[in-house]
Design a protein around this ligand. Structure first.
Ligand code: GLC
Ligand code: GLC
Length: 844
């Protein structure tokens, strides 16, 4: 199509024809991106323990050690234009033609003849061909190491020998990412490096209080290098056109202040058909405080530890071996649950991508992505506890450690710091506490851990409050205080007071902010003695039931308790009595006739009621109350779900509330600050869709549950990638709701509670393979037209080979375990040492 420009010249208008930008390679567990100009950067995570990197499909992104704010290795400029600029860039220069390009497309953006980015489990391979020169780089972080490996293979497909210059490197961050992007009067004078044996060591602030440094090395002896950014780029030139690359000659610059970088220049002469590999390493190293320098009284970095690691991984054989180990690791992690259902999107997400995303959300919480800067938030108390639901089976020992870290940021009141920094593990004072839902998520996290592992010893672990030594109590008491926290904070209707906010950070009923720039999360202008949350009431019911179960089981001899069953049962009953009371209160004061109310505001008025002009119905309470089992017996759960379908469901998912707030409401806070259809103001906030999905399974409606599941399943949305725009292999936090002109467009990919909750919903509630204290439960609520499915689940050291077959349209299960019929739907744990168990479940 052509239109006329101002001066009469034709402007070509590019019609969006492409629906997809790549494809799934399930065999290899990869997503293959086949064109670099994806609608948004499509990213992946490198590293899964302490050293992490984020890498886009054009090699953009950054790296850090443990904490994206406090230990940032490489610099990243957010919200750039183009969006994704700055990363692990390699340039290839044809020395005879004097032409250079980026094999990862960015930053030079040459029209590559072949391009492919394969995002896999903990690695990305980005490769392309340009004028007969192929360059392919595999990026990954070896297990147990604090470094990343870039294995670059360059191949000459031309008919003649070619002289090439390869430039590879990074721009260093001056460690604290917040200071790095703000405090330039200081920053421009502190940068320091050392170069030894052609390895570049970044040591800014090492002379004073830091005992860590970074390094950049290559396996082929470089012809030159640069460590001062502005020498490398040249005045008024950007990463798309560095002077040094243009000239084909390094400056051998040594940074002293300004902006340290690590770039190496390697010359290759390739015969026709010849291929050569270069290994680049970017690493992080800490030294003991008293061994920082070598010789000890000098200012020279002690490089002994680093040199051994560098020597090891510069060997392509060792790099290959490390890559093979990483692949094995993921084979192990993903083999814990594998499913074979009639739906390929379900299989792909459960077996590969959703599980993989759960690892990323476990590691990052909501701290570092392309939408979370790594500067603003550490690990969230509420978020990290929920993340456990999708992670606990993968690496239970890490889940255990996380639970203890989280509990240590709890306060003596039972409340909790809302966030903590991963490096220091200390609660974040800037954000503080008083999000009144927080403590309950700890109960859910611990319950998930106990059901998975049966490791009752965790309840006796001494854990401090607010990290204060001397304040330790057994973890179990933390759970008791969590529960009590709500009982100590009930409002006028006997419902839980909301505090700063509940799950919905943006429903700020005690805030009343009319001053620009005030944080809705931390501004509270009201005492908070009136506004109540029906969401917390539902959460309380679920957490209370879990706590009761834990209590009863804990005291039971077969679960490692003291054997005083009666005592445990009595205490458990107390919790259940409180839950029953809360359920009554919800029925009385939290039910609006056709759906659950959302809250009472500071004036005692209803939020989320037919009486409201806007925001009449909210998803959170419909989802959470039904999943918690509130109103299952008297039909109100089913009614709430019907109302959800009628008022909130769209073809792209279920929106958060309706009608959207068309203006700012002082007494509601941030929720009404967003334009209609975005975020908490009637966006499809994917996190709480699975609550409704689980609710649907609880009323036995497998068709509806699976339908909702499929609407937001990223793989099922791959066909509409031009609309969805985010990665088709992971969930995004939000999809624009029906009030937005961009309805269906996803935003904020990767770090969202959606990952864990959807994994939990599909595996434990739709497929119904559910962990319990007494064994694995098989209770599928799947679509009526499914003839059955198969699954393998490793649980407490036993492999269960499960086959589900439909005989009728209901959800009743008849179990046969190793050929013997078993009553109920729980497979008892084998007592005779069997390691393989064959399970047949007939559904009807
Ligand atoms: C963000 C927060 C999460 C909150 C949600 C809804 O995802 O990380 O804690 O529950 O938004 O506001
Ligand atoms: C904003 C976001 C919300 C998030 C919160 C976390 O309010 O809208 O989604 O939970 O920030 O600080």
């Amino acid at each position: 199509m052509q239109a006329r420009g101002l001066a009469g010249a034709p402007i070509s208008v590019r019609r969006e024809q492409r629906m997809k930008f790549g494809y799934f390679d399930d065999q290899k567990r990869e997503y293959v991106i086949t064109q670099p100009d994806t609608p948004l950067p499509w990213i992946n995570y490198l590293g899964c323990e302490a050293y992490f990197g984020i890498i886009s499909n054009t090699a953009g992104g950054y790296s850090f050690y443990r904490d994206a704010r406090l230990r940032r290795l490489t610099r990243y400029r957010y919200n750039n234009a183009p969006f994704d600029l700055g990363g692990r860039y390699i340039y290839v220069r044809d020395n005879d033609a004097k032409e250079f390009w980026s094999p990862s497309w960015q930053p030079t953006r040459h029209q590559l003849e072949k391009y492919e980015c394969r995002h896999g489990m903990g690695y990305s391979i980005i490769g392309s061909e340009y004028k007969g020169i192929e360059a392919r780089t595999r990026y990954f972080v070896p297990l147990g190491e604090n470094l990343e490996i870039w294995q670059l293979a360059v191949t000459n497909h031309r008919h003649h020998a070619t002289s090439l210059s390869i430039f590879g490197g990074v721009e260093f961050c001056l460690w604290d990412a917040q200071d790095d992007s703000t405090n330039f009067q200081r920053n421009f004078s502190i940068g320091q490096v050392e170069v030894e044996d052609e390895v570049i060591y970044h040591k800014t602030e090492y002379r004073e209080r830091r005992d860590h440094f970074a390094y950049f090395a290559s396996s082929v002896k470089p012809a030159g290098l640069d460590t001062q950014r502005d020498k490398f780029l040249g005045p008024y030139r950007g990463w798309d056109n560095p002077a040094v690359v243009d000239r084909g000659q390094s400056e051998n610059s040594i940074a002293y202040g300004w902006a340290p970088i690590g770039y190496q220049h390697i010359k290759l002469n390739l015969k026709p058909g010849e291929s050569q590999q270069i290994v680049f390493l970017l690493g992080y190293q800490e030294n003991p405080k008293d061994q920082k320098f070598d010789p000890p009284n000098s200012q020279t970095i002690n490089k002994k530890g680093a040199k051994a690691t560098i020597a090891k991984y510069l060997s392509p054989t060792n790099a290959d071996a490390a890559f093979a180990k990483l692949a094995q690791y993921w084979d192990g992690v993903l083999s814990i649950l594998e499913v074979d259902t009639p739906d390929e999107h379900t299989n792909r997400m459960v077996n590969i991508w959703n599980a993989y995303q759960c690892m990323a959300t476990f590691n990052m919480s909501r701290s570092a992505s392309f939408y979370e800067s790594g500067i603003g938030r550490g690990l969230g108390f509420r978020d990290s506890n929920q993340d456990l639901l999708g992670f606990v089976h993968m690496v239970p020992s890490r889940a255990r450690e996380r639970i203890l870290d989280l509990a240590a940021t709890q306060l003596p009141t039972g409340g909790a710091y809302h966030q903590y920094q991963p490096l220091t593990k200390r609660g974040n004072n800037d954000v503080g506490s008083n999000f009144n839902d927080d403590p309950h998520w700890l109960i859910l996290g611990v319950a998930a851990y106990l059901k998975e592992t049966g490791d009752w010893s965790i309840l006796n672990e001494p854990v401090p409050y607010d990290n204060q030594t001397g304040s330790e109590t057994p973890l179990y008491e933390h759970l008791q205080r969590s529960f009590q926290y709500t009982l100590d904070r009930l409002g006028p209707h006997g419902l839980p007071l909301i505090g700063r906010a509940d799950w919905n950070d943006c429903l700020n009923l005690n805030c009343f902010s009319d001053t620009p720039g005030q944080s809705f999360q931390t501004t509270t202008n009201k005492e908070g003695k009136v506004a109540e949350s029906i969401f917390i009431a539902g959460l309380f019911c679920l957490a209370g039931r879990e706590l009761a179960d834990i209590t009863v089981q804990k005291a039971c001899p077969s679960h490692g308790g003291s054997g005083k069953c009666a005592e445990g049962e009595a205490e458990g009953k107390k919790y259940l009595a409180e839950v029953a009371k809360m359920e009554d209160t919800i029925r009385k004061h939290g039910w609006d006739g056709e759906w659950f109310l959302r809250a009472y505001d500071d004036f005692g008025n209803k939020v989320g009621s037919k009486e409201c002009e806007e925001g009449k119905i909210f998803i959170e309470t419909q989802g959470f109350c039904t999943l918690a089992g509130v109103g299952l017996n008297d039909g109100i759960a089913a009614k709430a779900l019907e109302s959800t379908k009628k008022h909130l469901a769209t073809k792209h998912g279920i929106v958060l509330q309706q009608p959207a707030y068309s203006k700012y409401y002082l007494h509601l806070g941030e929720i009404s600050s967003y334009p209609p259809g975005y975020k908490e103001n009637a966006g499809i906030f994917c996190h709480n869709n699975p609550w409704v999905i689980i609710g649907e399974t609880r009323v036995g409606n497998g068709d509806q549950a699976f339908d909702y599941y499929s609407r937001i399943n990223p793989s099922a949305r791959e066909e509409i990638s031009d609309l969805h725009r985010c990665e088709p292999y992971v969930y995004a936090q939000m999809i624009a709701g029906k009030d937005a002109p961009t309805h269906g467009e996803a935003k904020n990919s990767w770090l969202t509670g959606t990952a864990a909750w959807n994994y939990f919903a599909i595996t434990q509630w739709i497929l119904g393979i559910r962990t319990s204290y007494d064994g694995l439960q098989i209770a599928p609520v799947v679509p009526k037209n499914w003839k059955g499915f198969k699954a393998t689940r490793k649980f407490r050291g036993v492999t269960y080979n499960i086959e589900v077959q439909r005989s009728g349209s209901g959800n009743h299960v008849a179990l046969t375990v190793d050929g013997t019929a078993v009553k109920g739907d729980v497979i008892p744990l084998p007592t005779d040492g069997r390691k393989q168990v064959a399970v047949k479940a007939v559904l009807g």
